[in-house]
Each structure stands twice: as structure tokens, then as C-alpha cells.
Design a protein around this ligand. Sequence first.
Ligand code: AMP
Length: 431
Amino acid sequence: MEGKNSKKKVYTAPKGMHDILPDEQVWWDRFYNKAKDVSDFYGFKKIDTPLLEDADIFIRGTGLGTDIVEKEMYTLKTKGGDFLALRPEGTPSVIRSYIENGMFNWPQPVKLFYYGPMFRYDKPQAGRYRQLFQFGLEMIGEENAAADAEIIQAVWLILNELGIKNIHIELNSIGCPDCRPAYKKFLKTFYRTKASKLCSDCKRRLKINPLRILDCKNESCIALRENLPPLFDKLCEECRGHFEHLLEYLDEMQIPYNLNPNLVRGLDYYTKTVFEVWSNDDAGSLALGGGGRYDGLVGILGGPKKPAVGFAFGVDRIVYQLKLRNKKTETYHKNKVYLVQLGESAKKQIFGLLEEFRKNNISVESSLGRDSLRSQLKNADHSRVKYCLILGQREVIDGTVILRDMESGLQETIPIDKIILELKERLKKEN
Ligand code: AMP
């Protein structure tokens, strides 16, 4: 029973998850619209997959020994006994769909993009959330290094056109099932006598996946790998040729990259190319996205052998970059006007006007439930529109409307039958 002193519980979003409020949507839209435009241009088609999947596709695909699967996956058992996971990443879901829908019978490569939330039970901190948004590109059915280059070019273009220009690519090749086992064996031997100096995570990695020791951020693990020969010196001929081709394409496109022998990416399914995009602006910043080639994944998930390559943007981090760079540009909603009405007859006339605005592609906002001029103008201000239309009793009688420039506060009276034309002219200039 609720007593006099019982406190009301204040509900908050789950830890590491957050709302995207109306004012912030402009940044998310800006990213999505640009990423979609460029993806369309490159021939990628949109795919949506369920948020929940059979947990097995991540256990087998992403890999049992990876942090994402081992520590961070949200799983549940359904009443029917299915073991499902909230997707921690998009690629295994897309590949599951590729196989389930027989896309291997379509003309290859199949080029897909996806956008949506992923879930990882990670320790929340700046730039690291439990619900994170990714926009991913996947190209399935093409082994040529030109496919890797095309994805990198599309990623580069999206970020550049968003004004995120001071960036570079971290790049490596982690070989294939032909050449990687020998390097893993070499690593095991290299670290055997040094194991006591490795961090506890790496001690475990030494047994399961010694490659992961290479990207450990622990100081003693970094010091230990100083004299280690890089993996790209040990690649088989096929992987070396593939990597060299990719580097030639990137040089041709003048996309700056940094060869990073310690970049292995956290996931098991990668083969050959792995890469990440980093901002040069803030040292110690976080990767804006990552990807690579995964020639074995379609086979691992039960499909025919098909090579593939993909990339995922971390959209939360890109939105953060957009906000940093564009503090002032979003002052006004460019294609929107606010309608203010005073009195019953004005209100009725506004209902008729709305359809005219819609037909002419001008968005409108209003608060028809409010009567005072002051409170409506306050709302208009909050909506950050450039123009406001004020319709009072007098204007209704005269067949006019007042056009108010919200920035300067200047007002003009315009005949109502000319207002759409007038606004279109002005909004065109604003754009
Ligand atoms: P991954 O394939 O795991 O490297 O993820 C691709 C990109 O998603 C990363 O480069 C980050 O930009 C973003 N990302 C990954 N994990 C998180 C997280 N927990 N919170 C926010 N963004 C993330």
C-alpha cells in the first residue's frame, strides 16, 4: 500500500542505453540519409533482419572465444524453448538471411546494407553503450580485392560528405586458414616463455586465440610484442597478392591508411583484410567503424562457400563527431513554417491551409489548442523555424496573413493567396 511517505520510483532507461530525443534526431537523420544515398549509389540494397536471432549464429559465426559472445551477449530462452540472442552485431544476421533466402542463387555479388540497434552487455562509458546503432555494408560473393576497396571507398565518401574529413584507415591482413595457423603456432611458441608477463585475459587468449594478444591494450602485453615479426610478413602467396592489390587500389584512390600489424579485430570470422576508421582529431579516441573480409562465414553458417567483405559504422560515435563539428548549422529547420492562429475563424482557415502546404511540400507546425499569441510564438521559437505565419481575425477579414521572420523579428502582411509562392521563394533562398 502506498503510505504518505513512500517515494515514487523514477524510472530511467536501462544502464548503457539512452533515448534519442526529438532535438537530436536531426544528426541521426543526417547520418542515415547520407549513408543511404551513398550506399544506393554503389548499388547496395537495404535489408532488415529481426533484433532477435538464434544465439547459435553468433556463437558459431562471431565466435565462442570473442568478447562479444563470451561476455556481452544478451540471451533468453523462449517459452517454446528456443535459445535466442539480441543481436550483438549485424553480419551473422545478414548472412543467415542470405542463406535462408537463397540469395546465393542471385547474381553475385549480393550487396546489402542495414541500419539499427545492436546490443552488447559491455561496461558503459563514453562512446561505449549497451544499445548501440550500426550502419553496415556487406558485399557477398566477391573475392577480388576490388570489393574490399569499393567498401572502403564508400565508407570514406560517406564520412567525407558528412564533413568528417580528418580520418584515416588502420589496415592489416590476418591471412586465411592456409597461412594463419602457422602464425598462431609461432605466436604460441613466442609467448610460451613469456606467459607469466601477460595480463590475465591474454593468458586465456594464448590458449584460445593467440592473435587477440596482438591488440591487447595492457602495457606489459604491448611491451612483449615489440620484436614480434608482423603477420603480413608470413602471409601465403594468395593472401599477400590480395593485400598488395588492395593497397594499390587505395593508393590509386588516395585514401590514407596506416599498416597496423596489431589490428586483428575481435571477431573470429575475419580472413585477409581487416580495417578500422579512426578520427585524427582526438588522440585516444574510439574507432568510428570497423570491418573486413570474411570468406568463411557463409560456409560456417551452413551455406555454400562464398567470399564476402563488410563494414559497420558505429553511428553513436559518428553522431558525436557530427555534433562536435556542426555546432551552429542546425539553428533553423529549413523547410518548415509555424502557423499561429488567433480566434476561431482563423483556426478554421488554418485547417484548410494545411492541405495547401502539404501539396507544396512545405512542412508546417502549429499548436491549434493554444489561444494566446505569446505561447504560440514561444512554441514556434522552440521549434526553431525561420518563418512564422500569424492569422488573426483582422487578417481573415482582409484575406491576408502576417509573415514573421523569427530571426530578425520583422513582420510583413501578405495576401493569403500569394503566401505559398512567397514562402517557396524565401525557403529556396534559405536552402
Ligand atoms: P565492431 O565490429 O565490434 O568493431 O563494431 C563496429 C563499430 O561499432 C566500432 O568501430 C564502433 O564505432 C561501434 N561500436 C562497437 N561497440 C560499441 C559500443 N559498445 N558502443 C558504441 N559503439 C560501439
